[in-house]
Ligand binder design. Structure first.
Ligand SMILES: [Cu+2]
Length: 651
């Protein structure tokens, strides 16, 4: 996998700011012309190229993005600032599964409390920013693309159409993917790893005047027949409908540079069952639904040495999930229960940021946020069943959440240093607070939510340094999180499990503390103008007082040599990891072994009748290594050797 990683200043800082604030992965600016990458690769592989992110894989589809070694309960993932709740109690549908790489212009990745703009977080945030045209009267443009992969016979086809007039633009994207089971190194077929999906994305904007425009957008993502080889169940259908209306106001006055307001609505449906599995102890259906409606209003501006931002946001969510167990004996009744008892969440948040440019070299950033969250259990049956465990259970729960952070930055011609301290907290997720007998196939325990938990809080320290010369660049990042009231499942021996074969029942509860430490180093050296080499090293460590946390990345390394000219590029890369030395054996985790794999990629573009035709091809896992990593749920082996070909024709 070739990386497309770069640092970029935030929009409003470009002219004035000394250096980097955010981590941004550009996923192919202005459509698919990014020369360096397998253009039709999944969004997962793009995100994974960032040192802060791991994708936990339960199969070939929809990896769960871990930020700084933490699962999605502890982070915030948004699409264009919109909050969306996955509808799967087993985390099969992270938000990243509802967009296509071809829809996006970039992913804004923020570590820790810097990511609290759209809500409460511990680990950080990912905001997936979609691309759209501008009103620049360039007329009609577009492309068609197709791809094929040998290992799982994945077929990809799609198109992008755009029109730009003087005061109107519209964009339309369509992508379809269909894949069979993949084969691990050595050729063994991984059953239930197939998937099929299509994604439609549309946006239309209208310019009201020189400074103001409005834009309407919709995403419809529909996946069917998605297998999860690491889990006992598959997905027959998962779909999301995501829509929004946005107003933008540029150069409001001398001090307010930009003001953006949005209202949005989204609906996610997730149909999970085990109908494709030949042998199961008992047949189960577990559908889930979420509805979310929200808004935000974001302003940024400047005043003397200050660059400031403010975001007021709010949303409403309804999460409902069911489980039906079909009795093997026709005389017995089927068992029905609510695994998410129609939990309603009302959330409102105010976030401010003040960046001060003290002088040419020194700057600082101060952030603060305050939020209120109100939860309500709306389903009577769900409320009554949870009451079995919590006899005094209230229907409602109100929480206050807050965060505060400060960063100090120094930059000169070659060096940038950034040092930060922050504190923040989060509310328990729907599963952690209200889940009912949710089976976790990693540790094989049934989990029950706990509505009485306190907020989980985190204190973080971060340091990053970059060094840049014309030919050489290096970036080192270190951060440390001390989490208090750390939410985790604790076995309750008085309860019996619902799932046949489960080890027992865990109730979500809180440990006094847990610690996470992350370190990453990236280096690039340009030997000749077309030839460069790069390397990366990442290591994480996660512990509670008693045990090591599971799914924490061991020492991982990568290196690549790249040759690029105007229309031609090629890259050979190597990536691997040492064996895990610390792992969460108490969570059923087994030691992930060491591995090394090699990849090669080639891209070339041609002009055909004034239209650009891009060809990309490559081989992943050239040596067909059979391997699995710390990020593979139940150590399901990864894909063996894979040849791919991508074509893009622009018109
Ligand atoms: Cu699911």
């Amino acid at each position: 996998m070739v990386e497309a990683q770069s640092d970029m200043d935030t929009l409003e800082d470009k002219s004035k700011s000394p250096k980097v604030l955010e981590e941004v992965i550009i996923t192919g600016k202005n459509n698919l012309s990014n020369k360096q990458t397998k253009i039709l690769s999944s969004l997962d592989s793009y995100l994974e190229s960032n040192a802060a992110i791991n994708m936990i894989k339960r199969g070939a589809y929809a990896g769960e993005p871990f930020i700084n070694g933490m699962a999605t309960e502890r982070s915030l993932i948004t699409i264009d600032g919109m909050r969306i709740y996955g509808a799967c109690t087993d985390k099969m549908d992270p938000i990243t599964s509802y967009v296509e790489i071809t829809n996006l212009s970039k992913a804004n990745i923020q570590s820790g409390q810097s990511g609290a703009q759209h809500g409460a977080t511990i680990a950080g945030s990912i905001d997936l920013v979609r691309k759209h045209s501008e009103c620049n009267n360039t007329g009609f443009k577009g492309n068609v693309f197709t791809g094929i992969e040998s290992n799982n016979f994945q077929k990809i086809i799609g198109t992008k159409l755009q029109y730009s007039g003087c005061d109107f633009y519209t964009d339309f994207d369509f992508t379809f993917r269909d894949a069979d089971n993949y084969k691990a190194g050595g050729g063994a077929e991984i059953l239930y790893s197939q998937f099929r999906k299509y994604n439609l994305s549309g946006m239309a904007g209208y310019k009201l005047n020189d400074k103001q425009d409005i834009a309407a957008s919709v995403i419809y993502d529909h996946a069917t027949d998605v297998g999860y080889p690491a889990l006992p169940m598959d997905v027959s259908m998962a779909k999301a409908f995501i829509t929004s209306l946005q107003h933008s106001f540029h150069e409001v006055n001398r001090h307010i540079h930009y003001w953006e307001s949005k209202i949005y609505y989204n609906h996610v449906t997730h149909i999970m069952d085990d109908s494709k599995r030949p042998i199961v102890p008992i047949r189960m259906d577990m559908p889930g639904w979420t509805n979310t409606a929200g808004f935000y209003s974001f302003i940024n501006g400047s005043y003397k040495k200050h660059l400031w931002k403010m975001n007021l946001s709010g949303h409403f969510n309804k999460s409902l999930a069911e489980m039906t167990m079909y009795s093997n004996n026709t005389n017995n009744k089927d068992m029905f229960m609510l695994t998410w008892p129609d939990v309603r969440t009302y959330f409102s948040n105010l976030f401010i940021e003040d960046k001060v440019l003290w002088n040419e070299n020194w700057s600082s950033v101060f952030t603060a946020g305050a939020a209120i969250q109100y939860n309500n259990i709306s389903d009577t049956l769900g409320y009554e069943t949870l009451k079995i465990f919590y006899p005094n259970l209230q229907h409602n729960h109100l929480r206050w959440l807050n965060n505060i952070g400060a960063k100090l930055m120094y930059a000169n011609n070659h060096w940038t240093h950034q040092f930060g301290l922050a504190y923040g907290n989060r509310a328990p997720s729907v599963s952690e607070g209200y889940g009912f007998y949710l089976f976790n196939s990693f540790d094989r325990w049934d989990y029950i939510g706990n509505p009485y938990m306190k907020n989980e809080s985190s204190f973080e320290i971060s340091e990053s340094s970059t060094f840049n010369t014309k030919r050489f660049s290096a970036k080192a990042q270190i951060n440390y999180f001390r989490m208090n009231h750390y939410i985790i499942g604790i076995p309750d021996t008085t309860l019996t499990s619902m799932t046949i074969g489960a080890n027992g029942v865990k109730i979500y509860d809180q440990l006094p503390n847990a610690d996470l430490f992350n370190i990453g180093l990236n280096m690039t050296y340009r030997i000749l103008s077309p030839l460069s080499i790069s390397s990366k090293f990442i290591y994480r460590l996660g512990k509670t007082q008693q045990t090591s946390l599971p799914q924490i990345q061991p020492f991982t390394y990568g290196a690549a040599i790249k040759y690029e000219q105007k229309t031609f590029a090629t890259e050979i890369s190597m990536e691997g990891a040492l064996a895990q030395t610390t792992y969460g054996s108490e969570f059923g985790e087994t030691k992930a072994p060491a591995y090394t794999i090699f990849n090669i990629g080639i891209s070339k573009s041609f002009l055909l009748n004034k239209h650009e035709l891009g060809l990309r091809g490559g081989i992943e896992n050239i040596l067909d290594a059979n391997y699995s990593t710390f990020a593979d749920w139940n150590r399901i082996p990864r894909m063996g050797r894979n040849l791919y070909l991508n074509f893009v024709w622009k018109f």
